[in-house]
Design a protein around this ligand. Structure first.
Ligand SMILES: [Zn+2]
Length: 311
């Protein structure tokens, strides 16, 4: 099996069977060994590692502190267990500056996208999980069915409407990201790269888009490629996936083969899209005319694996 994508390596055993066990959860929250991760306004608490070139690690405080941080224990999410330690998370976005108050001296809040590449796969995954749960809770405080307030249940993995009783489960939005190529295994095989106007100069990446309701992943891949570039694809093959809580996605990576053809760019979506052979792309990268997204992203893995012909 290939190595995991960044953010993808499971940090905890989720122990979903314990989410309804109030007694067990209370015991774990009171256990001095249990840990609490903290999310604040889309940012994650991290500690800087003291040793040399190591990246930051998830910042946690003892879970027993939770009682002093949140108004009610329903606001605490049980994430799971790792090596016998229970992990919980809270969202302190309502506070002006937690580091000036209850978390004084506890580390720093960072944008996960900025530090994820330097963190261990599991460390990044823990923060991605906590952040995704925090965003979901914040966006589902009211029932989409009747408008009444919802309340957190099942250790933060369910919100129940106080009006109509509807149950709302955590959700994640599927997005497809695909490297289209001509299928030729030889050196002259080409791939299709695009760039958005807002990107740094010279940056190109794989195409991407959201899956629409009532659509298969394969259809979404073909539709997005056609809409953005006018190119048709004939075969779609799954590569790997990556949690992408920026704010609420999971990225589903694919390779798609295409007979090729002239590119017609949808300028609403892209500034430019081009076919590049392996040798053209390698030359442009060496000459620094073209840059690719950071190794942190699944887009980069799709491109790197294709350059190495691991299709
Ligand atoms: Zn309702």
């Amino acid at each position: 099996m290939r190595s995991h994508n960044a953010l993808a390596e499971p940090a905890v055993d989720r122990r979903s069977e314990r989410r309804a066990d109030a007694e067990w959860l209370a015991r774990r929250l009171a256990d001095p060994a249990s840990q609490l991760t903290v999310v604040w306004r889309e940012r994650s608490l991290v500690f800087d590692a003291h040793a040399g070139d190591q990246g930051p690690v998830p910042g946690t405080v003892a879970a027993v502190e939770a009682a002093g941080l949140v108004e009610q224990t329903e606001d605490v999410v049980f994430l799971g267990e790792a090596e016998g330690v229970a992990y919980f998370s809270v969202d302190l976005s309502d506070r002006e500056d937690p580091l000036a108050g209850p978390l004084r001296g506890a580390g720093r809040f960072v944008e996960l996208r900025q530090v994820g590449a330097a963190m261990s796969g599991q460390g990044g995954n823990l923060l991605a999980y906590a952040r995704a749960m925090a965003t979901w809770h914040r966006r589902h405080r009211f029932c989409g069915q009747c408008g009444a307030a919802t309340a957190s249940r099942q250790a933060g993995h369910l919100r129940v409407c106080t009006g109509c009783g509807a149950e709302h489960f955590p959700r994640t939005d599927p997005a497809v990201i695909m490297l289209v190529h001509t299928g030729a295994a030889a050196e002259d095989g080409s791939c299709l790269l695009g760039r958005q106007a807002s990107w740094p100069p010279g940056m190109f990446s794989a195409l991407a888009g959201f899956v629409e309701p009532g659509e298969s992943l394969e259809s979404a891949v073909a539709r997005e490629v056609r809409e953005e570039t006018g190119i048709s694809v004939d075969a779609v093959r799954y590569h790997s996936s990556q949690p992408w809580p920026f704010p609420t996605s999971i990225m589903l990576g694919f390779y798609a083969t295409s007979p090729g053809g002239d590119v017609r760019v949808d300028t609403e979506e892209l500034e430019q899209a081009v076919w590049a052979t392996r040798s053209e792309l390698e030359y442009a990268l060496r000459a620094r005319e073209v840059r690719l997204p950071p190794p942190f992203s699944i887009a980069r893995r799709l491109i790197d694996d294709w350059l190495r012909a691991e299709r």
